[in-house]
Design a protein around this ligand. Structure first.
Ligand code: ARG
Length: 567
């Protein structure tokens, strides 16, 4: 029985006939109050309009005390709970015997589509793309760990007026050699040249771009083939970045995939009486919800972002039957998502639609902008991360592979340790610090557990080639000292932290948990001799270390961060 269930049973016995499934036991806010607390007596008393301390007393009288060393009623009616060592040891044993460190299979049988990264084609990825990619990837891994079937979908920006400009530029701004060895960098250059010419006052170039676009839209074979080539080259380049970042998509259905479905969507909106004509355009009026007006067909007959996302929902529902769809984009797109979620609901879609907006990222204290010239390419950022990490690990004998694991991990953690909703600043010193809340600090904590295990001769590592051997799984847990107990209680919270991270769509919840856990481990480690203790204590403490190691590794991997055995 879980502590929640134990308390629920006590409430039910004391007050028969009520529903107590919502009763919860929470970690104590301060260890001096005990290990856990339950605040539900207060809530119940409020509802019953009676004295909360009396309610609490009745619950305590009915409580099965097996798990507890001490139960106290505090203040206006809080229940402060101190668990027994026997209970704690048994819980640790149960947790360490569970697969995936006890992450519950909450999502079994459910599908979730996660739409993330989604850069625009024919441009190199830059530092601004990191947040969607890294946050989306962590959510992807967290939901998979919870048993969901995840469809990781890269909703590429692969359609629109820029392709007219690109095709014209490809034909008339590039050399034969550039055309033969086309890269994303060349496409970018070609776009800049062509877009500049499209601004010339005579409008000739601009008209030519538009003519190429119209040909493409009408399915002209040559233009379609060119467009396809641009997309393939872009995806090839993006995948090179994704490989570095350990990100993998199940599909790359870009905006163009939904083109053919857009007239149908608009027709449906019209039939349902949701869309109306306005100055030649077709709009959905969302004034009643204070969301303004969404254009679903422009006056020139073209469709837009809203229409494409509506078609996309329909298609995803038909193909994957998802329970929810999660979109990870920057917070400037909030209005777009609110509008289109509202329209989708009016159209009868019941799938849960979730926007995970993230704040802007600045770089070393400066806003990132094309004009400032600090629109750093993602490739360069990752290269720099590896270069700086190599400088740290090389003196200790670390190689390029280790530098990659640390550098990329540091970049990811610098993002994931912040609530996605906040704006963040990327700073090299902070990201790569070996002390403090950083990726390298947590990786280092893991490596230290590995070397401890190695010294203890109980599994550990195979000597650094990468494949970890199983950490010890036997020996009894014997939690005794305060620092041991605090670590133990914290380790038991791991499955809950993963669930909370998913429920809030915030990998930062898990990152916070891991950082706190590593700090508690470090104070346990400083206070408790391990290898030199007498055999039973030694074995018990090693097991606690092993469980910490397992949890840290599992948790970091959920954030997409690798865990080398040696640093
Ligand atoms: N391509 C868009 C951008 O670069 C993001 C697309 C997000 N996904 C979506 N279904 N709208 O901002």
């Amino acid at each position: 029985m879980t502590l929640d269930e134990t308390l629920q049973a006590a409430f039910a016995a004391a007050f028969p006939g009520e529903d107590f499934s919502g009763v919860r036991v929470l970690p104590a806010t301060d260890p001096k109050f005990g290990d856990y607390q339950c605040n539900d007596a207060l809530k119940l008393a409020k509802k019953m309009k009676t004295n909360p301390r009396e309610v609490a007393a009745k619950v305590v009288a009915a409580l099965d005390r097996a798990a507890f060393e001490k139960v106290e009623i505090a203040g206006p009616g809080f229940l402060n709970l101190t668990v027994s060592a026997a209970w704690l040891n048994a819980q640790l044993a149960t947790l360490s015997a569970q697969p995936r460190c006890g992450i519950p299979p909450r999502g079994a049988g459910k599908t979730v589509v996660i739409d993330y990264s989604s850069p625009n084609a024919a441009k190199q990825m830059h530092i601004g793309h990191i947040r969607s990619t890294v946050i989306g990837c962590a959510l992807d891994r967290i939901f998979r760990a919870l048993g969901y079937t995840v469809v990781a979908d890269n909703h590429l920006g692969d359609w629109g007026t820029q392709f007219g400009i690109l095709i014209k530029g490809y034909r008339d701004c590039l050399t034969d050699e550039e055309r033969a060895n086309l890269t994303v960098a060349t496409l970018e250059k070609c776009y800049v040249l062509s877009a500049a010419k499209a601004k010339e006052p005579d409008g000739v170039w601009k008209d030519a771009c538009r003519a190429e676009l119209v040909k493409l839209q009408q399915g002209d074979a040559e233009n379609l083939a060119l467009w396809k080539r641009f997309i393939d080259i872009s995806i090839g380049e993006f995948e090179r970045m994704y490989r570095k970042l350990g990100v993998k998509f199940d599909t790359y259905r870009g905006e163009s995939y939904y083109n053919a479905m857009m007239p149908g969507v608009v027709e449906k909106l019209r039939r349902m009486g949701l869309a109306e004509e306005s100055e030649g355009a077709l709009i959905v009026n969302l004034d009643a919800e204070k969301l303004g007006v969404a254009i679903v067909r422009k006056s020139d007959g073209g469709y837009n972002y809203t229409t494409s996302d509506l078609a996309c929902v329909e298609s995803r529902v038909a193909d994957y039957h998802p329970e929810r769809i999660i979109y990870v984009t920057d917070d400037r797109q909030q209005l777009h998502f609110r509008q289109f979620f509202s329209i989708a609901a009016k159209m009868g879609h019941t799938v849960k639609l979730v926007h995970v907006p993230f704040g802007l990222m600045s770089y070393q204290g400066k806003a990132i902008s094309t004009r400032e010239g600090n629109l750093i390419k993602l490739d360069d950022l990752l290269r720099e991360a590896v270069r700086r990490s190599l400088a740290i690990v090389a003196p200790r004998g670390g190689d390029e592979q280790l530098a990659e694991q640390i550098g990329i991990g540091a970049v990811k953690y610098a993002d994931l340790s912040h609530d996605p909703a906040t704006a963040i600043d990327f700073n090299w010193d902070k990201a790569l610090a070996l002390e403090g809340n950083s990726g390298p600090y947590l990786q280092y904590a893991y490596a230290r557990v590995c070397s401890l295990m190695e010294k203890a001769g109980e599994g550990g590592t195979d000597g650094g080639s990468g494949a970890p051997e199983p950490l010890p799984k036997d020996g009894l847990f014997r939690v005794a000292t305060p620092s041991e107990k605090r670590l133990a209680l914290q380790l038991l919270e791991f499955p809950g932290a993963v669930v909370r991270a998913a429920e809030a769509y915030k990998p930062s919840v898990l990152a916070d948990y891991l950082f706190q856990t590593a700090q508690l481990y470090s104070s346990f480690y400083q206070n408790s001799p391990i290898l030199k203790s007498e055999p039973a204590v030694r074995a018990a403490r090693l097991r606690l270390c092993a469980l910490f190691g397992d949890i840290l590794k599992t948790g970091l991997n959920l954030l997409g961060i690798e865990t080398p055995n040696h640093i």
